[in-house]
Structure formats: C-alpha cells, structure tokens
Ligand binder design. Structure first.
Ligand SMILES: [Zn+2]
Ligand SMILES: [Zn+2]
Length: 442
C-alpha cells in the first residue's frame, strides 16, 4: 500500500468511525453480544405494524498482517487430503470451470478461507456478493487471482466492471478484499456501477463499505424500514442487470437489511443487519444471507428471528433452490424455521479449512457447527457423491468427521466451486477438487 493509499484509507477509517453507532473494532466475527434488552420486543412489534404495500414503486431507493498461519497437522491422511491448504492449491493448475451455456448463470464461490466471496456471472454482466478474506497472504492471493482470471481471461467482454457489488455486513471476513480488488494501489481496479450495503458501519469492514460507496457510480443503503413490501424490495440499484441477449432477465430483490438506528443494543452485532438478497433466474433461485443470525446462544430471536417473523404472512419469499448458509455454518445462522421456509435442494457456504488455527479461523469459531450440519443434511433434498467433511461441537474444539451425501458445498472441503443454474431449473456444481455434481431440484 503506497503513501497516498494509506492516507486515503486513514480518511476512510476516520469517516467510518465518525458514523459508527458503536466503536469499530478489528474483529472478524465477534461472538459476544450484550444481554437481551426488554425493549427489543417493543421495537420489533412497532416495525411489524408498519404499513405494508404490495404494489407501487419502491421507496428505496487494511488488510491483515502477513503473519504465517499456524497449521497443526492432524492424524488422518484423508483429512489432510480433503483440506489441503491454500498454499498447495495455489501451486496447482488454476481452476478453470467451463464457460456459461445459453440461458445459464453461475455463482462462483471463491475460496478465501474463513469468509464469504461470491461472484455471480450472467451472460451480460457480473455481480459480487461479499469479498471477504481470512487473515493471511494466501487468502488474499487466491481472491485476487480468481477475480483477475475471471475478468481478464474468462470474461474480457465485461471490461473489469461489476454491474453490482454487495457487502452484506461490515465484518472483515465479508469485506476485507475491497482494497485488493478496488483499491487505488492497483493499476487496474475493478469498476462498480451499483453498490449496496446495510448502511450500518460498525466492525472491521466498515472502512471497506465507506470506500465502495465513493468508488461506485450509485449507492443505496438497504435499511429494513424502507422495505415496505411483502415480497421484499427492489430498485434500479438493487437490480441493475438487464435482460441479456439470451432473453433471460435475472430478478434481484432484498428481503432484509440494516436495522433502525435506535434498534436495541442486543442488535449491535453487524450480523443482525446483514443484507439478504434473493436472486431469481428463470426457474432457478438463490438466497444470500450474509451472516444473519439468531440471538446469541439461542436458535430464535435476533435478526434471523425478526426477519422470519416479519414475513410470517408470506414465508414463500424465502422458498428457493439454493441457500447460501448463513454465518459459515454457525449454530445461530440456521434454524428449522428458516429451513422449512427455504426448502433448499442445494446449500453452500464459505468456511475456512479446519486445520488453520488462530484468531478468526473456522477452528477459532467452530464453523461449521455439527448440529447445523446435521440440520442441513436433514433438510437439503439434493444429493452429491459421498464426501467426508468436518464439523465442530463448539469454538476451539477438535473437528469431527461427518459423512456428507447431501448437496452441501463448502470452500473448506471443495476449494473454489461454481454453481451453474439454468433458467429451466437444471443445476450442476463443479469443484476445484475435480467433482462435477448434478443436483436434482425439481
Ligand atoms: Zn459477520
Ligand atoms: Zn462472516
């Protein structure tokens, strides 16, 4: 980072801190929250009573240090093989998934370790949902290499321009790739036409959000008090993707976003403010959930519970084929109500390798959680060839092997992977480890 960029970043950070409702701290995913506040119910009830409409135009309108990650070797040989580190993958031939076919879109899940980064590819445009990093050079190199290969080799027709970028919430594991893709010390930063975030600036990713607001041509804060419609909300900024030459027009809408500024303190964790984005592509559909979570230590309440209550009269808005598992498979990111509403045939997540150790890793957080994995295995209808994966009983516990035969994909066990969805509702997932998995969704 050069001096000019450092100065800019300092300005951005100062602006973010000035706008914070709580002191910004450098933390990837704080597990601590204040105790429940009795006024939470009142605030929720007040919002549930807000007027709802089903028609009309919408009213909405610095990197981690290069510390070498400590890697503990675990005994099982297949464990090492399935969770081979980013260094080994970086030395292998780059993952080159096949091109899009007519009337097909793809979601590229970029393996950034413990974090989320999803690149949505359409025949005539691209969108980025989160651009997180796990601490360390390897994660950054893999993100930058993947995105550069995408724009420079696979899709030079897109001229390194994103029609849309979304940062679901202001945590570093969802936002810290921003300076490396868009920053001023890059000779060829990506251009962004439209940018969305929750408007909630608290947490390590806040400077990244502030930077993108300036970098993009148009910006819209997704505040849930502005989502007045039973089916969510959209606008020219939320859904800037046109119908492509193949005739398919992807439909994007938001179902959740930043809570009101006077929301109870139990909602101070940015996870509760995650922008939830639904993407419909012909017969295929995706739900991106950021790190939306229930009340700490519970399976209900919190932003997740509030959202499900809010759409109680029309839970069909959540009914999708592909569910991005919230919060890297944390126990508080997925409950039975959400799974009953989404009925996924396929679920996918960004989560770090279990043999990376240290602050902010999957091991540190205990992601994915074993109960969540079991819940997903019970709910996901699609299948994949048997694969051994690992899950945790809690933060900083030893991972335990689980056998997966359901269509659940994760960067920890699949590396990069690409989910192809056709407008007719056909699905296939290609993984960096060489699997090609058809998923039955109808
Ligand atoms: Zn988070
Ligand atoms: Zn996260």
């Amino acid at each position: 980072m050069n001096a000019k960029h450092q100065a800019l970043w300092a300005l951005v950070l100062a602006a973010a801190l000035a706008g914070c409702q709580t002191t910004a701290t450098r933390s990837t995913d704080p597990a601590t929250q204040p105790p429940p506040d009795p006024s939470a119910q009142e605030a929720r009830d007040a919002l549930l009573e807000r007027p709802r409409h089903s028609d009309g135009a919408t009213a909405l309108e610095p990197p981690s240090p290069n510390a070498r990650l400590k890697r503990d070797r675990l005994a099982e040989a297949d464990f090492e093989r399935a969770t081979a580190g980013a260094d080994a993958l970086a030395r292998a031939a780059p993952f080159a998934p096949r091109a899009l076919r007519p009337k097909e879109m793809a979601v590229h899940a970029i393996d950034v370790g413990q974090g989320d980064a999803f690149l949505l590819e359409f025949a005539c445009g691209a969108a980025l949902v989160d651009t997180g990093l796990q601490r360390g050079q390897a994660s950054r190199d893999r993100l930058v290499a993947y995105v550069d290969r995408f724009f420079d080799q696979r899709r030079p027709d897109l001229h390194r321009t994103l029609q849309l970028a979304v940062i679901s919430h202001s945590h570093a594991d969802h936002a810290d790739g921003v300076p490396f893709l868009f920053g001023g010390d890059r000779p060829d930063p990506l251009a962004v036409r439209n940018y969305l975030d929750s408007g909630y600036d608290s947490g390590g990713g806040a400077p990244d959000q502030v930077f993108l607001r300036d970098h993009a041509q148009r910006y819209e804060a997704i505040r849930m008090e502005d989502i007045l419609w039973l089916e969510g909300a959209t606008s020219a900024v939320i859904d800037p993707l046109p119908a492509c030459a193949d005739g398919v027009n992807p439909q994007l809408r938001v179902l959740w976003g930043g809570l009101p500024g006077d929301a109870p303190s139990q909602f101070s964790n940015p996870n509760h403010h995650s922008v939830v984005l639904r993407v419909d592509y012909g017969e295929a559909s995706f739900l991106f959930t950021g790190d939306l979570q229930s009340r700490q230590g519970a399976l209900d309440g919190g932003g997740l519970g509030w959202m499900l209550d809010d759409y109680e009269r029309d839970p069909g808005v959540f009914d999708v084929d592909a569910l991005k598992v919230s919060h890297h498979g944390a126990e508080n990111g997925t409950n039975d109500r959400l799974l009953a509403a989404t009925t996924p045939c396929l679920a996918f997540m960004g989560v770090g390798s279990p043999d990376d150790r240290g602050s902010g890793t999957a091991h540190d957080h205990g992601h994915p959680n074993r109960n969540t994995l079991d819940r997903l295995i019970g709910a996901v209808s699609g299948t994949r060839p048997r694969r051994d994966v690992w899950a945790f009983d809690g933060a900083d516990t030893e991972p335990r092997k689980r056998q997966l035969t359901k269509a659940l994909f994760g960067t920890a066990w699949d590396g990069h992977y690409v989910i192809y969805a056709s407008a007719a509702g056909h699905w296939r997932v290609l993984t960096e480890r060489g699997e090609s998995v058809p998923v039955q969704c109808r």
